[in-house]
Write a new protein. Structure first.
Length: 218
């Protein structure tokens, strides 16, 4: 999927195909296309899931996702050993081992989400020097030109990108706008994505919105 192809379909829908007198320039359309990708990620962060690595900060239990992350999805294993990490509840750890942040450094055994900051996570015990973890996170899309293939987002979501762009363009307050069409396309892409703003926190967690199970610390 490239944005130039998306823009062709969008121009056809909004009847802006006369290249001599486009209502919206190609530069403007590319901007709208990039904004559409970011809106899709906010609704469905799991669609931009990317597996990469994080080098832990030595002596710390609080670690950060990569700088291009919207939210951490999963911590899999220690790169050097291949030993997997078990996701745990920080609440359980606080109750069973209150002094856990002060335990000696060692290879990570558990990882825990940070409820207030989706780009932070906790590990137990403190990280030793040079520990690198394999993690999965929702990668923020870069600013694309019209000919670069859009990474991570599957081609099947081509019509979703079209619908989001049409919604944004038809929401502009001028004489060329059809407000009913904007509402129609907003409903269309929301239905295709199958989520609402309220479901964002659960689209990339294993419990998928069910009551989370308190995982006992290994």
């Amino acid at each position: 999927m490239i944005l130039d192809d998306v823009i062709v379909d969008v121009r056809r829908i909004i009847q802006d195909e006369d290249s001599v007198s486009f209502r919206y320039s190609n530069t403007f359309m590319l901007g709208i296309g990039n904004q559409a990708l970011k809106r899709i990620q906010l609704l469905r962060p799991d669609l931009f899931a990317y597996v990469g690595t994080v080098t832990c900060v030595q002596g710390e239990v609080i670690q950060s996702a990569p700088t291009d992350s919207l939210r951490i999805i999963e911590c899999y294993s220690i790169v050097s050993s291949g030993v997997s990490l078990v996701e745990a509840s920080r609440e359980v750890l606080d109750q069973t081992l209150p002094a856990w942040p002060n335990d000696a450094q060692g290879a990570a055994v558990n990882w825990m989400r940070s409820v207030r900051n989706p780009n932070k996570f906790f590990i137990y015990p403190q990280a030793p020097s040079g520990q690198v973890l394999t993690v999965e996170y929702s990668q923020c899309p870069p600013t694309y030109n019209g000919t670069t293939a859009i990474a991570l987002l599957a081609d099947a979501y081509f019509p979703v990108v079209v619908d989001v762009m049409v919604f944004l363009l038809e929401s502009v307050d001028n004489e060329s706008v059809t407000s009913g069409r904007a509402k129609l396309y907003k409903e269309s892409y929301e239905n295709m994505l199958g989520v609402s703003r309220g479901s964002i926190p659960v689209t990339d967690t294993e419990d998928a919105g069910l009551n989370p199970i308190k995982v006992e610390v290994v």
